[in-house]
Write a protein that binds this ligand. Structure first.
Ligand SMILES: *[C@@H]1O[C@H](CO)[C@@H](O)[C@H](O)[C@H]1NC(C)=O
Ligand SMILES: *[C@@H]1O[C@H](CO)[C@@H](O)[C@H](O)[C@H]1NC(C)=O
Ligand SMILES: *[C@@H]1O[C@H](CO)[C@@H](O)[C@H](O)[C@H]1NC(C)=O
Length: 532
């Protein structure tokens, strides 16, 4: 049994507060809010939906353009359905990208994302919206802040209201650049680099390279492509993407220092966490509940999330995993996407879909084998389940590095995964009371911040509405050229001044020397000159 995590005191109060406040905060009238969330990935969309639903519940009129319309529609919330976009992403097999550098993955994803953006902007759904609804105008626009600058065309079509950037992950170098937030690669690990905040020289070098590479990729590839795409769909009317990119009123990141690392943040940058994590558990299917209840030695829960498929693992790795799991006295519950799992040991149960949060809430679940997706990390920490991370793509190596750095999990790259290494790692996690205790404390801190996240988001969004934008929060760093921001011009001026002072001193010393040198010397020199 896992020890219970102390619920943070204000949790119940805050929840009640959020429910009672089913009206806009004083001063914020019911607003018209448009949300543009292009990425076809439910793990991106879930936290966004939580924020948009809460805004609708407070009486704002919300229109969400995304590939994931709500399964159960709610009042004041209109979906524009772009679910066709999932077809385009289906061609990318994410399990094959394991071992590819973050930088390389970006190069695989960029053309796919471009294709998705082009298809969405061409779709009758968005075209109808632009024709029939854009002229009504909106008070605020949310945009998923990735490589979607062509959507600035929609922002301008609805009257260029204040812009809120939101991402389902933490920030990349380019996300921080967009709002002028400091990002120091010496101790701020780049998500794509998979480093923690304690870096060796080589890791800092690699981390700096990742930040610079991403910045260059955005400047030389993403922005020009998106500018062209925006012109294709919106003509000459909107200002260039370079202007709107740096015009955010608020940036909402869905990762938090509890699951990342402490860093400097401007007042218009929010770190939220666990928006999609439910505080109440829902009943499990009766047979699953009985099976979990009956696991006297505990349960290992195994899921590689919604993007990486267990069924796509290399056959020899699959066999190694099956042999290791067969040697455990624990029961194992595995999200596996095929009906058949040949060689499945009797203690292993598979299902194509599993209610993950409610399973993690079960007290018999003792270890979670995960690909290290952020949403899974958040759910596991909320329920204080130690982790075994097998990272594949995107931010997964970064999240797994944090699990290991915080001592709440272990990292096992697929390349190192054998029957013995998996078994050894699982046994350590199952039998080491210290990692469970660290996870319990970690979870307590995390829960306290998670409990405030939604309320914080709503307060800041309504703050932007009340003040019709937040130009007063914008850092002057946005006005500076890169060499001014790095103070290279100042450093150059100081270096020049120092050099000038040195030269001047040398010159003066020479003059002084000449003036004071023994009187025989000038005679000697004069003689020499006369001889020439
Ligand atoms: C929808 O918004 C209106 C105000 O615009 C509000 O009166 C109503 O309570 C909201 N409905 C729900 C179900 O939240
Ligand atoms: C767009 O306009 C049409 C026609 O006025 C209306 O029926 C529809 O509800 C509007 N959709 C949105 C998302 O506002
Ligand atoms: C920047 O945002 C403001 C509203 O907050 C808007 O009036 C202005 O047109 C926007 N500028 C650009 C270039 O997007």
């Amino acid at each position: 049994m896992r020890p219970p995590v102390a619920p943070p005191l204000p949790l119940a109060l805050l929840t009640a507060g959020a429910l009672m406040a089913a009206a806009p905060a004083p001063g914020a009238r019911a607003a018209r809010i448009l949300a543009l969330f292009p990425t076809p990935s439910i793990s991106h969309q879930l936290p966004f939906q939580v924020v948009m639903k809460e805004l609708a519940a407070r009486g704002h009129q919300v229109t969400v353009i995304s590939p994931d319309p709500l399964k159960e529609p709610v009042a004041n919330y209109t979906d524009i359905d772009l679910s066709f976009s999932y077809e385009i992403l289906r061609n990318v097999k994410m399990a094959d990208m394991e071992g590819m550098s973050g930088v390389k993955q970006m190069e695989v994803f960029l053309p796919v994302m471009h294709e998705i953006a082009d298809a969405q902007l061409t779709s009758p759904q968005i075209q109808d919206f632009l024709r029939n609804n854009a002229s009504q105008g909106y008070d605020l626009v949310f945009l998923e802040w990735l490589m979607y600058q062509a959507y600035f065309g929609i922002v301008h079509a609805v009257g260029a209201p204040p812009l809120v950037g939101i991402v389902s992950l933490g920030g990349f170098a380019v996300t921080y650049n967009a709002i002028g937030n400091p990002n120091n690669p010496a101790y701020n690990p780049e998500i794509l680099s998979g480093n923690s905040d304690r870096m060796t020289f080589w890791e800092r070098l690699q981390n700096t390279y990742s930040s610079l590479y991403l910045t260059a990729l955005w400047n030389f590839k993403v922005f020009p492509q998106q500018e062209t795409l925006m012109r294709k769909h919106f003509g000459e009317a909107p200002p260039s993407v370079y202007e709107t990119e740096y015009n955010m009123s608020l940036l909402i990141l869905n990762n938090h220092w509890t699951l990342e690392y402490p860093r400097a943040l401007l007042p218009n940058v929010l770190q939220l966490t666990g928006l999609h994590v439910r505080e109440e558990t829902r009943p499990l299917p009766a047979d699953l509940q009985a099976w979990l209840d009956g696991a006297e030695q505990g349960v290992v829960y195994f899921s590689l999330g919604s993007n990486v498929m267990s069924k796509d693992l290399p056959p020899e790795k699959l066999q190694a995993i099956l042999r290791a799991l067969a040697r455990l006295p624990q029961r194992v519950l595995w999200k596996f996407e095929n009906d058949e799992l040949p060689g499945r040991p009797p203690n292993v149960r598979v299902a194509k879909w599993l209610p993950q949060q409610d399973i993690l809430a079960h007290p018999n679940v003792r270890v979670f084998i995960t690909q290290g997706g952020l949403q899974s990390f958040q759910e596991a920490v909320y329920h204080a389940v130690p982790l075994l991370g097998i990272p594949f793509i995107g931010d997964q190596p970064f999240n797994v590095a944090k699990m290991a750095a915080a001592g709440v999990g272990e990292r096992l790259p697929l390349a190192d995964l054998t029957e013995d290494s998996l078994l050894a790692a699982l046994r350590r996690l199952l039998h080491d009371p210290a990692s469970r205790e660290r996870m319990r404390r970690f979870s307590g801190v995390y829960r306290e911040h998670k409990a405030r996240s939604l309320e914080t988001a709503l307060w800041w969004v309504e703050y932007v509405l009340r003040h019709e934008g937040a130009p007063h929060l914008r850092a002057a760093s946005l006005r500076l050229a890169w060499y001014e921001l790095l103070l290279l011009d100042v450093a150059a001026a100081v270096a020049l001044a120092a050099l000038a002072a040195l030269l001047l001193a040398a010159f003066a010393l020479r003059r002084l020397w000449r003036a004071l040198r023994p009187s025989t010397a000038p005679a000697h020199h004069a003689r020499l000159r006369k001889d020439q």
